[in-house]
Structures are given as structure tokens and as C-alpha cells.
Design a protein around this ligand. Structure first.
Ligand code: ARG
Length: 400
């Protein structure tokens, strides 16, 4: 008896996921492996990925174009939540995992599979995200993670694959571990494992080095409708277009690089490099629009929610009761968040230089220092008396 009969495997076309196919069949007694490659805008040639799975022994090889769902149902809510893990990582990789898990589960249900499988190792966050998301969506499915158990080195993995006709990678494989999708790139390993070493320029693809960015600033106006970015420079954009064009624009000015030591869920610290030009600009612009359109208490309260929300995404709890409850809160707040943000891109910097909204709570006649001032200065006196009363009493008590 094998570990499962029919398995849907998350497939990328790389050596590890390719080797998973014969491994599942020959070592773990799986009868049938169906592969699924999700198109998240990673820019791979997916037709050859599809064929490679069949050559590696898959009984069926599927491609799911989920780009639009990815942006609308995963990236946009994260922007509405201003989600940055540890204040910096825009979660491009983390956001993709629950969506991949969802299509894996749907495919398993459609094809009558009893398990899903993925090629994650035992050290990362992604295994947690896949396993927990699958369990949340269909707790009856088994989850198989061969690479977590097989204990083969890179060379052994390649040699194992060659026995089953899986060609060794042609070009000398990159020393880095890279994950990429529409929202950005995550780069780790190789020389980056030394936290003291500056990342070599060669690792970046979406963002220009400051030395090579234009010497003139460029302005972009981002329109938001209820917290969702909907236009660039006054032109309505569909979700994918908007992200792609903003990636281009901001990347050209070197905006969106992050170099950080991050705390993984599995307890280790790791050195991560990210480039996520559109997400970095959108979150900054969105946050600024919120400060114009939300009341002070909602703005302040939401900061705590955002922190928790970012951790839920990072920690694999996208499908969870707490996440659903926080979504309800965030969606309610976004009813007001429509308007335009003017952003100046220059030498690695995205500066918000102007904003406007029909829901603006900024009251010029109250804010002004000019003659039109409507603010009742005398009212401040009584307010300060009451506001400061506890402090006054405390100070008097100390004097006694
Ligand atoms: N540390 C990031 C995360 O947990 C990115 C991991 C991406 N994987 C990679 N092979 N670089 O979301």
C-alpha cells in the first residue's frame, strides 16, 4: 500500500518538483501523479514546464492561469491592510501560497485525488503555508512533501532524476534560491547567507541600481477606489496591467528593494532580499490616502490590525477565522478610501507629494494658520484643563 493513490503535485518545472514525480511513484507507491503549475506571472515558459512534467512521468500536466485572482483576491486585500511583514516585506511569496493551495485542492477534488504534494523542504515558511491552507480547505486530503523527507543532497537529487530521464539542469544553476511572481522576487542563499555582505547587483531583475536610474524624477498619480488601486495617471487599468506597469515604472527608478534579516515561523532568522516595486509604492500610497480619509481613531486602531494581518499572511493562516474577522473590519474601513495619490519616483525613493479625495477629512478652514481660521481657540483652554487634569492631580500628589 502506497502513501496515496492519486496525487496532485504543485509543479514548477525545477529539479526538485520534477524529481518528486518518480519519487512519489517509485518510493512512496503513488499510482498516479497529476502536476499543476500555477501561472502567477513568474514569467516562465509554462508550455515547456507542462511538457517537462509529462516527460518526468506525470499522468496529466495542468497549467492554471491565476494571475487575475492573485492580484484581486490576494494582493489587493494585502494592500488594503498595508501588509508588510516586520514592517518591510510586502509578502509577494507568502501571498501566492494560499492561492496555489486553493487550486491544488480544487484540482484534487475534481480529479478524485486523495492527496496533494509539494516540493518544499523542511526549513522554510512555504511548507507551513501549503500544509495549513490545504488542511483549512479540505481536511480530508493527505499532504505529501517528499523533499522534506528524502534527505538527498542537490547532486543526489539530480542523479536520482537522471535515472528516470529527468535531465540535469543545463546551465550552471544559480547559487541563489529565487521565487518570483507578479508581485515581486524573493532571493536568498548563496553569498547572501552572509548578512554582512552587500547583495551583488546581478541578483536584481525588477529594480535598477541607483547609479543607473534616470536623473530626472518621474511623477505617477495612483487612483484608489475603496482602497483598491484602479488607475495610473488618470487612466483606468485592470488589476494585472496596473501592477505590471507600476513594477516597470518604479523599478526603473530603483524603488522597491528590501534587504532584511527576517524571523521565519520555523524559528530561524534568514537573510532575505526582495524586490517588489509596485507593492512598495502601492502600500505607501494607500496608507497615505487612509490618513486623509479615515478618522484618527480608525487610523490608529487599524495599525494594530495591520500588524496581526501581516503575521497571519506570513505564518500561513490566510484561511483562518481570525483572518476572516479582520477582513470584515478592514473592508468596512475601506468604504472611505477613494482618491488620488501623487508619487514622485526618484533615485530609489517613492515620495508622496500630494493627495486628494472626495472623502477627505482634511478641513482647510480648521487647519489654516491664515485669517480664514474657523478653529475656536478659546475652546482649547477648557479642553486642555480637562485633558490635563489627571496629570495635574498626579503632580500635586507627588508634591505633598
Ligand atoms: N522568506 C520569504 C517568505 O517566507 C520568501 C521565501 C521565498 N523562497 C525562495 N526560494 N526564495 O515568504
Amino acid at each position: 500500500m502506497g502513501r496515496a493513490k492519486k496525487v496532485v503535485l504543485a509543479y514548477s518545472g525545477g529539479v526538485d518538483t520534477s524529481v518528486c514525480i518518480p519519487y512519489l511513484k517509485h518510493e512512496w507507491g503513488v499510482e498516479e501523479v497529476i502536476t499543476l503549475a500555477a501561472d502567477l506571472g513568474q514569467g516562465d515558459e509554462l508550455e515547456s514546464v507542462r511538457e517537462k512534467a509529462l516527460q518526468s512521468g506525470a499522468s496529466a500536466s495542468l497549467i492554471a492561469d491565476v494571475k487575475e485572482t492573485f492580484v484581486k483576491d490576494y494582493a489587493f486585500p494585502a494592500i488594503q491592510a498595508n501588509a508588510l511583514y516586520e514592517g518591510r516585506y510586502p509578502l509577494a511569496t507568502a501571498l501566492a501560497r494560499p492561492l496555489i493551495a486553493k487550486v491544488l485542492v480544487e484540482t484534487a477534488e475534481k480529479y478524485g485525488a486523495d492527496a496533494i504534494a509539494h516540493g518544499c523542504t523542511g526549513k522554510g515558511n512555504d511548507q507551513v503555508r501549503f500544509d495549513v491552507a490545504v488542511a483549512a480547505l479540505n481536511p480530508h486530503l493527505k499532504i505529501l512533501a517528499p523533499a522534506r523527507e528524502w534527505g538527498m543532497s542537490r547532486e543526489e537529487t539530480i542523479a536520482y532524476g537522471e535515472k528516470f530521464g529527468i535531465p540535469a539542469p543545463v546551465k550552471k544553476s544559480s547559487p541563489y534560491s529565487i521565487d518570483r511572481n507578479l508581485l515581486g522576487r524573493s532571493i536568498e542563499a548563496g553569498i547572501l547567507e552572509d548578512p554582512a555582505v552587500e547583495p551583488p547587483e546581478e541578483i536584481f531583475l525588477m529594480t535598477k541600481a541607483i547609479a543607473h536610474t534616470p536623473d530626472e524624477p518621474e511623477y505617477v498619480e495612483i487612483g484608489f477606489t475603496r482602497g483598491i488601486p484602479t488607475s495610473l495617471n488618470g487612466e483606468a487599468k485592470n488589476s494585472i496591467e496596473l501592477i505590471e506597469q507600476l513594477n516597470q515604472l518604479a523599478g526603473k527608478h530603483g524603488v522597491g528593494r528590501v534587504d532584511m534579516i527576517e524571523n521565519r515561523l520555523v524559528g530561524i532568522k534568514s537573510r532575505e532580499i526582495y524586490e517588489s516595486p509596485a507593492m512598495v509604492v502601492l502600500i505607501q500610497a494607500h496608507r497615505d490616502l487612509e490618513s486623509l480619509t479615515l478618522t484618527a481613531d480608525v487610523t490608529h486602531y487599524k495599525r494594530g490590525i495591520e500588524e496581526t494581518y501581516s503575521q497571519l499572511i506570513y505564518n500561513g493562516l490566510w484561511y483562518s477565522p481570525l483572518k476572516a474577522a479582520l477582513d470584515a473590519f478592514i473592508q468596512k474601513t475601506q468604504e472611505q478610501v477613494s482618491g488620488t495619490e501623487r508619487v514622485k519616483l526618484f533615485k530609489g525613493n517613492a515620495a508622496i507629494v500630494g493627495r486628494s479625495s472626495e472623502n477627505s477629512l482634511y478641513a482647510p478652514d480648521l487647519a489654516t494658520y491664515g485669517a480664514e481660521d474657523q478653529f475656536d481657540h478659546k475652546a482649547a483652554e477648557g479642553f486642555i484643563y480637562v485633558w490635563g487634569l489627571p496629570t495635574r492631580i498626579w503632580a500635586q500628589q507627588g508634591k505633598r
